[in-house]
Unconditional design. Structure first.
Length: 161
């Protein structure tokens, strides 16, 4: 699957490409309509796609960015205020922050990828209740969240710090 970014969820700190396939961080806040679905503090955006059954795979080019989050979240994740980054709040993601990789589990799990991570593959298996993250460059598994329990659709989630 090739997720398309949802402009109605995009933080004013982000600029989306015309085709909705890429995003960049801005040094200022854009003037955008304040709609309930828009992230108002954290520089995040959701994809338009919603998944509730089946298996889906997509890749995210993170390049040489120094801080980011990629993963999936519940459709109902609160976009107002700071985002609580943990599975019990409906977010399953990886994070790079201050040169350290984390799985945003509870408690957080520090990760040690064997080489730089420039492209992340995400495999969501709604029926098995798992989301796995891969290093696309070498095909290695980075981390798997298992026993996901959700009663509403999941959406791809992205943040650029």
């Amino acid at each position: 699957v090739s997720p398309s970014l949802d402009p109605d969820t995009a933080s004013p700190k982000l600029a989306l490409s015309e085709d909705g396939k890429s995003v960049r961080r801005l040094f200022f806040d854009q003037e955008l309509p304040d709609v309930p679905s828009r992230f108002d503090q954290d520089p995040c955006v959701l994809a338009r796609e919603q998944f509730s059954s089946g298996r889906y795979y997509w890749e995210v080019q993170v390049g040489h960015r120094k801080a980011w989050n990629v993963g999936v979240c519940l459709e109902s994740l609160d976009q107002k205020g700071r985002i609580p980054k943990a599975p019990q709040h409906g977010l399953w993601a990886l994070e790079l922050y201050k040169k350290t990789f984390w799985a945003l589990a509870f408690p957080r799990v520090r990760l040690h990828p064997p080489e730089p991570l420039h492209q992340v593959g995400i495999l969501l298996d709604c029926d098995a209740g798992t989301v796995s993250f891969y290093n696309v460059d070498n095909g290695s598994l980075i981390y798997t969240f298992s026993e996901l329990s959700f009663s509403e659709p999941l959406r791809p989630f992205f943040c650029l710090w």
